[in-house]
Write a protein that binds this ligand. Structure first.
Ligand SMILES: Cc1ncc(COP(=O)(O)O)c(C=O)c1O
Length: 362
């Protein structure tokens, strides 16, 4: 085909998700592999969400409520914001895409850390804007360097807190200082996909920073702590004026009937959220103690994943772990050739991971 493809699209590299379990079973003939690569919830979906989704199966011939009325109102009540400040997305990815389409034009700059969640760059390049990468400092977001990177062309800044893939976090105090230095026309996007796992009381909660018409968008997701990655639902909270602009470019039925019902019910499932947090925190402690015993270096985290320094090529370790039936994330393409990222699983999964790692690193 001789179709002209714009250079910005040609420059995109497709997002590489963690290997699906079925693929590992097919390709490697491994029975019952485990996946600790995509920061999913090891407990499965919230049971209340599952029940609510089962209850709407008979309505699937209908279009969903395009405004997501029930979910938006429940979220607004829980979060203490106006319904007009919430934009639902087909995953929080979808909200990132809307922000880029609304606020970025060709040639504008969007600052992000290097490495960072790969979808920021993909959406920025899609609208022919320019990603400006600011390296992490000691695996953490370097807010001063991000301020220093702001130019006349800067229109957006992405910050992930807790950060993916490193698990580091920024404090409320540091964020306040940072925001004071950011010129007004710049939209700050604070991606809090993992914020439910944070336990440091100093860790920033972006919702407290949304004030008046300051251009700040806070992104949250049901994919992680609520265990609903498969139905794709997330949201952004921002000043109502911004939300109204995003709704102009939002697909009318971007969140489906199952997702709306599941997410609405999951918000009531406090018990599940508590259980999830407890499991992650106690298993994190277990894994890190075991790694210490094994003399393997790892990094502290405020998320449901953490980095391990395998002190050899992480791509090779990834492959060898696959053969043991354990899917992890190699950090080679993120610029850390000797680190892997591991999602905290159930005790059974974590023990299998530790055994496989011990075998591989021997
Ligand atoms: C930092 C970060 N932001 C956003 C997302 C996307 O979440 P969602 O499933 O809501 O699209 C992820 C998923 O891995 C993530 O790590």
């Amino acid at each position: 085909m001789k179709l002209k493809i714009p250079d910005n699209i040609l420059s995109l590299k497709p997002y590489k998700p963690g290997k699906p379990l079925e693929e590992l079973e097919r390709e490697y003939g491994i029975k019952a592999p485990i996946k600790l690569a995509s920061n999913e919830n090891p407990l499965g979906p919230s049971p209340k969400a599952v029940e609510a989704m089962q209850a709407v199966l008979g309505n699937l011939h209908r279009y969903p409520d395009g405004s997501g009325y029930h979910l938006v109102n429940k979220l607004a009540g829980k979060l203490g914001v106006a319904p007009e400040q919430i934009v639902l997305g087909n995953g929080s990815d979808d909200v990132i895409g809307m922000l880029a389409r609304v606020y970025l034009e060709a040639g504008d700059e969007a600052i992000m850390t290097s490495p960072s969640f790969l979808m920021y760059e993909i959406f920025v390049r899609t609208v022919d804007a320019v990603p400006v990468m600011v390296p992490l400092k000691d695996l953490s977001v370097d807010l001063d360097a991000m301020v220093a990177a702001v130019s006349e062309k800067t229109k957006m800044i992405f910050i992930t807190n807790p950060n993916n893939p490193t698990g580091s976090h920024i404090t409320t105090a540091d964020f306040k200082v940072f925001m004071e230095k950011i010129p007004l026309p710049v939209v700050v996007v604070l991606d809090e996909a993992y914020v439910e796992f944070a336990c440091d009381p100093e860790c920033l909660n972006g919702l407290n920073e949304i004030a008046g018409d300051r251009p700040l968008a806070v992104l949250r997701t049901f994919s992680k702590a609520y265990g609903l990655a498969g139905i794709r639902i997330g949201y952004g909270v921002m000043p109502a004026e911004m939300a109204a602009m995003l709704n102009r470019v939002r697909q009318p039925f971007n969140t489906n009937i199952l997702a709306q019902a599941g997410a609405t019910a999951a918000l009531d499932d406090e018990e599940f959220l508590k259980e999830t947090r407890q499991l992650i925190h106690s298993e994190l402690e277990f894994m890190q103690n075991e790694l210490k015993e094994m003399d393997v270096d790892y990094f502290s985290t405020q998320a449901n994943f953490f980095l391990i320094d395998v002190k050899q090529n992480a791509g090779d370790v990834f492959e060898k772990m696959l053969r043991q039936g354990v899917i992890v994330r190699s950090m080679v393409s993120y610029g850390y050739p000797e680190y892997i990222r591991i999602t905290v699983g159930t005790r059974v999964e974590n023990v299998r991971f530790l055994e496989a790692l011990e075998t591989v690193l021997k």
